[in-house]
Structures are given as structure tokens and as C-alpha cells.
Design a protein around this ligand. Structure first.
Ligand SMILES: [Zn+2]
Length: 179
């Protein structure tokens, strides 16, 4: 397994539309393993293939939620190949989202609190399930990546520009420290 470099804004690859996967094979599983390793190392709870520069409709998610509050995170890796949302609730809830491609920046985004999704897992087995809570938020965020959409696109223009300015400033300061 390998940790892959994460593509960050304003890299135009993040705006690409990812292509459907034609078959779940060992090459794809190798990519999935690398994506998990990259996500855990970052650390993050979700990663789309395009965030490591691969324009395929593949996502990995692990909410790493502890079984009890304050407990150690429990790994619960989930793979979504060719995911599709087939239904969503009218009720939207805000969640303070971040993204490994927009490092250290967070903002509240409203999304449907419950969705029904279809996807294939790492063995190519089809799933059709209702999803809610943080997994629903995360899946919708990651699915946006497959269509070239970032969470900052859901913000007002003013908020988005402020957030990107903060990121530029932060990068400049990190560059100074490194120099
Ligand atoms: Zn993201």
C-alpha cells in the first residue's frame, strides 16, 4: 500500500467529472487500499479517487466513530463504487464540513439529512440502502467530488472567497516557516 499525494485547490483536476468504473478488479482494489491508507494518514473520514488524481467514481469512507463517547476510534471502512443517490429527504441539516483538498478550512453546509443510495462495494456486490447521520453528510460530500463539486461551492460567494483567502494566507505562512 502507498500514501498518495492529495490534490488541493485550485488544482483543475478537482473540477473533472469522474468516469464510471467498468469492473471491480484487483487494480481497483489496490487503488482502494491506497486511498484508505492516504485517508487515514491525512487524517480524514472520506476520500474520492479524484482527490488522489484518479478520475474514477470511487469513494472510501471511514467515520472512525468510537463505540462510546470519548472511546478509541473504531475502524469501519466503507467503499462506494459508482455511487448514485436515488432519493433524498426534503429536510436539510447543517454540518460543519472540511475537505482534505481544502486543508484546515471548515464551513457549515446544508444537505438532506437522509438519502437512499446505490453502489458497489470492493467485491463488486450491489447495495441499495437508506443512509442518515454523518454517513449521509459524508457520502454526499464525497459524491460531489465525482462531479467536480467542492463543499465550498455550496457557500455564498463572499464566504467562499474569505475561506480561500484564509487558505492562501495559511499556505504563505507555512511556506515562510519551512524556508
Ligand atoms: Zn472533500
Amino acid at each position: 500500500m502507498a500514501i498518495l499525494p492529495i490534490v488541493e485547490v485550485p488544482d483543475p483536476r478537482l473540477r473533472q467529472i469522474s468516469q464510471p468504473v467498468e469492473g471491480v478488479d484487483d487494480d481497483l482494489r489496490r487503488l482502494i487500499d491506497d486511498m484508505f491508507e492516504t485517508m487515514y494518514a491525512a487524517p480524514g473520514i472520506g476520500l474520492a479517487a479524484i482527490q488522489v488524481g484518479v478520475p474514477k467514481r470511487v469513494l472510501v469512507i471511514d467515520l472512525q466513530e468510537p463505540e462510546e463517547e470519548g472511546g478509541d476510534p473504531v475502524r469501519d471502512p466503507r467503499v462506494f463504487v459508482n455511487p448514485e443517490i436515488v432519493a433524498e429527504s426534503d429536510n436539510e441539516v447543517p454540518y460543519n464540513e472540511g475537505c482534505l483538498s481544502v486543508p484546515d478550512q471548515y464551513a457549515e453546509v446544508d444537505r438532506p439529512d437522509r438519502i437512499r443510495a446505490r453502489w458497489l462495494d470492493r467485491d463488486g456486490v450491489a447495495h441499495d440502502e437508506e443512509i442518515d447521520g454523518l454517513l449521509a453528510v459524508c457520502l454526499q460530500h464525497e459524491m460531489d467530488h465525482l462531479n467536480g463539486i467542492l463543499f465550498i461551492d455550496h457557500l455564498s460567494r463572499l464566504k467562499r472567497e474569505m475561506l480561500l483567502k484564509k487558505l492562501t494566507k495559511q499556505r504563505r505562512e507555512q511556506g515562510k516557516r519551512a524556508a
